[in-house]
Design a protein around this ligand. Structure first.
Ligand SMILES: *[C@@H]1O[C@H](CO)[C@@H](O)[C@H](O)[C@H]1NC(C)=O
Length: 476
């Protein structure tokens, strides 16, 4: 008779054999981003396998992938150019490999350090700055320190902070010309994004469809600094191949003087617009807000200006938020096809309304970012800030007030719907850090956010049915 340990051994051995045999027959699927050769060659496109075929294979990876990417074949015309930094790359890049770049599109990643990230080469955008700047300019002290730190065995993430962020503006201009050197006119479109930008793939394609790739196109969320209207970088920036070509000529014909200008300017995205304005012929911004915009589903003002438009991008979204948006978009494509735009209305109905309804219009320890009225204790004679009840009563008394927020001594109220975030643990939809109000522990516990569901629903009804036809592409 076999003793118990021997039985265990034999059984384990048999199980191992069975598992080995199974693996032998069905090797695990490789996600498409690993199959595609990253850069500078062109990744292959794996998203057009017929759905039935992958389903019969019973292969979880391929099944999901094929379905999630159906209808996105025109991504082959686009190269995604993602800008990040060595101190945040491990935190922020992986999610894009599993979502944004999972449908076989070409992409190229720029950072402030050259490295190999798994199978993905990461390019140092600063490496093509002139040597004088790299070696001596005070702005780049952090760049030199970073290289030393990493060469000495340090972790780049230890250098996270303001100073690393200070390198950011220097990356923009060299990144554009370097991407052009790699892709030239093999791509119709260049899409520039940051590691906390979410881009809806079907909406991006539907938006690009409304633009003429044979012309020099520069599109993004407009911001003014001085007299320059530029495209906000974190919201995502679109350049057609002719625009990138003109950018290259404009920048490289006068690189030294552009570098000197960057030193005195706040922001690299503004400089991008300056280089394009100086191009021959001059290229002006195609203003694309709010399709391209800088909010998250948690921070957005859900108003008429957005409601019936496709949401091409979101910004300040963390990995959890990017995944949620991705799941939503891929389910949308499966249900409606990639030719059907996803409007802000649709995101609202999935990311905002259900939360407010589930909470029955009231959440504790939550900041809903109401901001059209603001009262504080002692400021004035309005008693709204005295208690949550008083704050709610104030909002009820104003015809257009949809939501209110109270914390000890403060009452705020708003005419547009915002979801906001938990004051303690921020939700996975991310947030614009500079707009997080800082409350003490006690205040956070007592704070309350309220929404008037009756009014909100009446507002929604008043928006009517959105006309999707300007964006829709049939048979996509
Ligand atoms: C970029 O511009 C420079 C300067 O005008 C030019 O020499 C170079 O050929 C351009 N690069 C490409 C890829 O066209």
């Amino acid at each position: 008779m076999l003793s118990t340990p021997r039985i265990v051994l034999v059984v384990t051995g048999l199980l191992c054999l069975a598992l080995f045999a199974k693996l032998w027959r069905d090797p695990p699927a490789v996600p498409s981003y690993l199959e595609s050769t990253p850069l500078g060659s062109h990744g292959h496109f794996s998203g057009n396998a017929p759905a039935e075929e992958s389903e019969t294979k019973g292969d979880a990876y391929e099944g999901t992938d094929a379905d999630a990417c159906t209808g996105l074949e025109r991504l082959k015309d686009v190269v995604f150019v993602l800008k990040t930094g060595a101190s945040e790359i491990y935190e922020k890049l992986p999610i894009h490999l599993a979502t944004t770049f999972a449908c076989g599109s070409d992409y190229v990643i720029y950072s402030d350090l050259e490295q190999q990230f798994g199978v993905v080469p990461i390019h140092d955008a600063l490496a093509s700055l002139s040597h004088d700047i790299q070696d001596k300019h005070e702005d780049l002290a952090q760049y030199r320190l970073l290289k030393e730190h990493v060469a000495g065995g340090g972790d780049a993430a230890e250098l996270k902070g303001e100073k690393s962020w200070g390198l950011d503006k220097w990356k923009f201009l060299p990144m554009v010309t370097d991407a052009y050197k790699r892709f030239r006119e093999t791509k119709k479109w260049y899409f520039f994004m940051e590691a906390d930008t979410y881009v809806s793939l079907q909406n991006l394609l539907l938006f690009l469809n409304t633009l003429d790739e044979r012309k020099p196109v520069f599109a993004g969320a407009q911001v003014m600094i001085g007299d320059t209207e530029f495209a906000h970088g974190g919201s995502g920036v679109v350049l057609s191949a002719p625009a990138v070509k003109a950018f290259n000529a404009s920048y490289l014909s006068d690189q030294l003087s552009w570098e000197n200008t960057v030193a005195g300017e706040c922001c690299g995205d503004k400089m991008m617009a300056d280089v394009l304005l100086k191009a021959d012929p001059s290229i002006k911004l195609h203003t694309s807000f709010p399709l391209i915009q800088g909010e998250t589903p948690a921070s957005l003002d859900w108003s008429e200006k957005h409601w019936c438009k496709p949401a091409v991008t979101w910004h300040h979204v963390d990995a959890v938020g990017i995944d949620k948006l991705w799941q939503f978009d891929s389910e949308w494509r499966e249900a409606h096809g990639a030719g059907e735009p996803t409007l802000f209305e649709d995101y609202y109905k999935s990311f905002v309304l259900p939360q407010i309804r589930a909470a029955d219009g009231k959440m504790k320890g939550w900041d809903n970012l109401a901001q059209d009225w603001s009262f504080r204790n002692g400021d004035d004679d309005n008693p709204a800030s005295k208690s949550a009840k008083a704050c709610e009563r104030f909002c009820r008394g104003e015809d257009h007030c949809l939501q209110w927020f109270w914390s000890p001594g403060f009452c705020k109220a708003g005419k547009v719907v915002r979801l906001g975030w938990s004051m303690k643990n921020r939700p996975g939809l991310g947030s614009a850090d500079d707009r997080i109000a800082h409350f003490g522990e006690e205040e956070s516990k007592k704070a309350v956010s309220g929404w008037f569901l009756d009014r909100i629903e009446a507002w929604q009804t008043a928006q009517g049915v959105c006309d999707r036809s300007p964006w829709r592409v049939s048979g996509n």
